[in-house]
Every structure is written in C-alpha cells, then in structure tokens.
Design a protein. Structure first.
Length: 282
C-alpha cells in the first residue's frame, strides 16, 4: 500500500471489441452477469501490482474546526490562504489541483481479457467525495450556487478560481470602483483598513497592483473628519508610509479620541510633521 494514488496505466487485451461499459465476454459477446464479474485469477505481475496501488483513505477533520473563514464573493484570497495549506498538510491537494486524475473505472486482465472493477478507482472516488464535502462545507450561501454542477473536488476548485479570482477587465473595474467608494463611516479603524487591504490584495492577485502612494490616498480619502490633522501630518512624509505604520498611527489616533489624554502625552504619541513637501496633497 503506497501513500499516493497512482492512476493505472492502460491494459492491453486480446479482444478489440471488448470495452468496460459493455461488460461482454471475450468469446460469445453475450452480456456478463453481475455475479460473474470477479477479480481475475491471474499470475500477471502487472495486474497484481496495479490492483495493489490503492492507498488507504485519508479521513479529513471537520473543516469548520480549522477553516474559520467561509468563502464569500469578496474574500477568496483569504479563504484560499487557509484552505490550501490545510489540503497540502493532509496530503490530498493533488486531487484538488488536478495533478492526480481519476483512474479508469475498469481494468482488463492480460490473461483472461475480462473487465474487472478497478479498486484504485473506487478508492479515488471515495477520497474525492470526502474532499468535495470539505470544500462545500467551507462555502457561504452566496457562492454555493457556483458549484452546483461540479462533480469532483477539482471542478469545485477551478470553478471558484475562475469566478472569484479572475483577472478580467470587469473585475478590475469593480475593484477600483470599490476602492473609490470606500468610506469609514461608523466602522473602527481595524475594520476599515481590513476592507482596504482586501481590495489592495485582490488587485495584486489579479495582476493589477496599485502603489502604496495610491493605497494611502484611498485610505486617507475615506477616513472620518476627525482624522484630518493626522492625515495632514502623514501626507507630508517624503516616502509613503507602510501599511503597518499606517495601521498603528490610525489606531493610536482612534484611541486618543476615545479617551481623555493629557495634551503632552498626545504630542508624544502622534507623528511629528515633516518639513518635506507633501507627497499626496502637494
């Protein structure tokens, strides 16, 4: 028993008219009764080797215990970031990415020329059904309709990639439009920046990344008016501020506005305006 599934190579047979779906005998061509379909008693080393290339089924843990994020229309990158390492760690990702295709459902004995059910095929189908269940349980209702017609885990994976991570022009336009309409409103700094970072990452994955200067401009534009002084200070820096520093500055400002802190402490917490010309607002 090996650890990997290996698709059986085609077997040669003596009767050119014999095919697994017809289930006919090699001599009369009469249908083969179900009771007569047995594993061939043969000394052929190739047949016996092929029939033992069946790995034990790998049980998968409940995905809801390890995949905390259900897939929606807007979080494919983060969902894949969780799901792919999980499948790789379980040793079953070759099923999903298509590198381990389904073996033939029947094999032909070289000695008897009779078709028999391929045990590797049965094991492959069982494992793939477990994978389909794991993938489907991690989808939200808003994307479940995309995979109704999928019959394998590979079908589900590729369908979701095409639908939710496609670098089409319409998708690029949609992402840029979402960036321009992004507003903080009553959201916390963390929630607001998380939405902005998600759009930033999706554009990068689609092959149309935006610069940190543009990212910061989008974020500054959507902030509430209480962040005006901080935006003015940050925009005077010669180099664009990193995402981590931006997040820290905004969190600090949010904390200060929610609490009663002495002005001297506030001056220490907030960044000092630079004498460099403004990068963002001129």
């Amino acid at each position: 028993m090996t650890n990997n599934f290996v698709a059986d190579a085609p077997f040669t047979h003596s009767s050119s008219s014999l095919a697994p779906p017809s289930m006919t005998t090699a001599t009369s061509g009469a249908p083969l009764a179900a009771a007569e379909i047995e594993l061939p008693q043969t000394s052929s080393l190739d047949v016996m080797t092929a029939m033992t290339k069946v790995s034990a089924i790998i049980p998968l843990p409940n995905t809801q215990q390890v995949i905390s994020l259900k897939l929606s229309n807007t979080n494919f990158l983060y969902w894949r970031m969780q799901m792919k390492p999980f499948l790789l760690g379980q040793g079953v990702f070759p099923f999903v990415d298509g590198s381990l295709p389904c073996p033939p459902s029947h094999v032909i004995s070289v000695d008897t020329s009779l078709p028999t059910v391929n045990a590797s095929y049965l094991s492959w189908k069982q494992q793939d059904h477990l994978l389909m269940s794991a993938l489907l349980s991690s989808l939200s209702m808003e994307v479940l309709h995309l995979v109704v017609d999928c019959n394998t885990s590979h079908d589900i994976w590729t369908t979701l990639e095409i639908a939710l991570a496609s670098p089409s022009n319409s998708r690029i336009i949609q992402l840029h439009g979402s960036f321009q309409e992004l507003r903080q409103n009553d959201e916390s700094v963390s929630t607001y920046l998380q939405k902005a970072k998600s759009l930033f990452d999706e554009l990068a994955a689609a092959g149309r990344p935006i610069s940190m200067e543009d990212f910061n401009l989008y974020v500054f534009w959507g902030l509430r008016s209480e962040f005006k002084d901080l935006v003015t200070s940050l925009s005077t820096k010669a180099d664009p501020i990193s995402y981590t520093d931006l997040h820290n500055h905004l969190l600090t400002h949010e904390f200060i506005n929610k609490t009663n802190i002495h002005p001297a402490v506030t001056a220490l917490l907030l960044p000092t305006p630079s004498q460099q010309p403004s990068v963002f607002f001129g």
